[in-house]
Design a protein around this ligand. Structure first.
Ligand SMILES: [Zn+2]
Length: 197
């Protein structure tokens, strides 16, 4: 029997986060207990405010505090060049390379029939709606995984009648890797070496 039900409840919540095991969750709970109460209050309020106020950009679907994200709202960006990624963190990774001047489309996942993730579970409809205007290039920068490959194939198949030039970033990214954790130089090279699909 645990000495504190409250601690056990907090551990359970913390352990529900990705990459946090029960041992780490317990260490975090003890750490929070030793902090001044105002500090913990601020911590909790920040998380709640983030959850409440962050929304998806009405154009590219990335996470943002405003209806349109700063990238989509930037008149210096080429809105006719759309880079398709799986996650908002991938946008940050590509922005860090400093090379790309186009805009993005965030799918919020990849097709994964085995896990029941279909076309309507990710922002695929929103992507196709954007492709109805005259687009110069669609750059596929999804992760080099089975799901990423499936997503690429689906987009290529569905956009064939539109004759939009579609490229995909080069294979410098190791198979199974996450774009988010790829170093800037590799990602930059993969971008420059992108190939028509
Ligand atoms: Zn946007």
């Amino acid at each position: 029997m645990a000495n504190s039900e409250r601690i056990e409840q907090a551990v359970e919540q913390l352990a529900s986060l990705p990459t946090i095991g029960r041992k780490t969750a317990r260490r975090l709970a003890f750490h929070l207990l030793r902090l001044p109460e105002e500090h913990v209050q601020r911590f909790a309020e920040t998380i709640i405010a983030m959850r409440r106020e962050v929304q998806e950009c009405s154009i590219c679907c990335t996470f943002t505090d405003t209806t349109t994200c700063p990238t989509c709202a930037n008149p210096k960006r080429n809105v006719l060049q759309i880079c398709v990624v799986e996650q908002p963190s991938d946008v940050l990774a590509i922005e860090r390379t400093g090379d790309y001047r186009g805009v993005y489309h965030v799918l919020h996942g990849a097709l994964n029939p085995l896990d029941g993730v279909g076309v309507t579970d990710i922002r695929m409809r929103e992507l196709f709606a954007r492709l109805e205007s005259n687009i110069e290039e669609v750059i596929l920068a999804v992760n080099p995984t089975v799901e990423g490959e499936l997503t690429t194939q689906y987009i290529v198949k569905m956009t064939q009648p539109l004759t939009i030039p579609i490229t995909r970033i080069a294979r410098g990214i190791p198979v199974g890797a996450d774009l988010e954790f790829t170093d800037e130089a590799t990602l930059s090279r993969a971008f420059i070496g992108r190939q028509p699909v």
